[in-house]
Design a protein around this ligand. Structure first.
Ligand code: NAP
Length: 253
């Protein structure tokens, strides 16, 4: 059985990946959708042509990860594509933040992504793909989004290294590094802070980011960076000292 497995499939870019991959892929038997909210997952499943399996689970819960592990061991699918889109960000001043929420970002964005990737690789074959949702926040530390940006630097670094490791198996990893994308992400992120106005100017649509990510993954590219603004930001973050950019950011509203 050939499958696609998508985490974060109840909202935003995860939903977009489900909808677009449903159209793009042939020879897929099932699409597995993972997130905590079952009702939303069932709604996404209704819009897909392929047979779906809805796995409502918290990716940070060890028992539920064990259940996924057992399901994979029982079904022995071939995972043609894994999309790790589950994640969240919380803005604000770290020193007065809720430490549980800060650590939760590390749990979902880093630990769970790493764990699910590790679980899935044994079921992948030549030409399977992994798409990891990093962020342009990986390119430069982000004051007032400090832990989130650090988690995304982790995802970016991990994904690029893993891509090299898996080359001999002909499995390809793409780190997706968007700037601000118009999804419910900001309903959570802005509970404790607000996005810089200059960043909001670069807001893009989820379907465009996902379409490019799928194309970049098809072409075996290690990174997917959508849009001229964010591509320019990446170049700036490579050529200018970060101390200068961080100082400049202090004056942005
Ligand atoms: N939107 C942006 O501006 C932006 C920019 C760069 C990168 N990203 C990254 O892109 C990814 C997708 O974000 P999005 O914009 O699509 O946000 P979103 O609409 O808020 O979707 C986040 C998804 O993650 C799932 N999730 C969160 N915690 C989970 C947990 N403990 N267990 C299982 N699922 C969990 C949510 O499902 P449930 O709540 O149902 O569990 C939801 O489906 C994230 O990794 C985000 O960091 C977003």
């Amino acid at each position: 059985m050939n499958i696609i497995l998508i985490t974060g499939a109840s909202s935003g870019m995860g939903v977009e990946f489900a909808l677009q991959l449903d159209n793009v892929f042939q020879n897929i038997d099932e699409i597995w959708l993972i997130a905590r909210r079952k009702k939303e997952l069932l709604e996404v499943a209704q819009h897909l042509e392929h047979t779906t399996r809805v796995l409502d689970m918290d990716v940070t819960d060890d028992e539920q990860i064990e259940r996924l592990k057992k399901l994979l061991a029982d079904e022995k699918p071939v995972i043609r594509m894994l999309v790790n889109s589950a994640g969240y960000g919380i803005m604000g001043d770290f020193s007065v933040s809720n430490i549980k929420t800060e650590l939760g970002m590390i749990d979902v964005n880093c630990k769970a992504l790493t764990q699910i990737t590790h679980l899935c690789i044994p079921y992948m074959r030549r030409n399977s793909r992994i798409i990891q949702l990093a962020s342009s926040a990986a390119f430069l530390p982000q004051p007032n989004f400090a832990v989130y940006a650090a988690t995304k630097s982790y995802v970016y670094s991990f994904s690029r290294a893993l891509n090299q490791e898996l080359r001999r198996k002909k499995i390809y990893v793409t780190a997706v590094c968007p700037g601000p994308v118009d999804t419910p992400f900001f309903d959570i992120a802005e509970k404790t802070g607000s996005t810089l106005a200059v960043k909001k100017l670069t807001l893009v649509r989820a379907d465009q980011v996902v379409e490019k990510a799928i194309a970049d993954s098809y072409h075996k590219r290690e990174r997917s960076v959508y849009g001229a603004w964010i591509q320019s930001f990446e170049v700036l973050a490579k050529i200018l000292p970060h101390s200068v950019l961080l100082e400049a950011m202090r004056f942005l509203k």
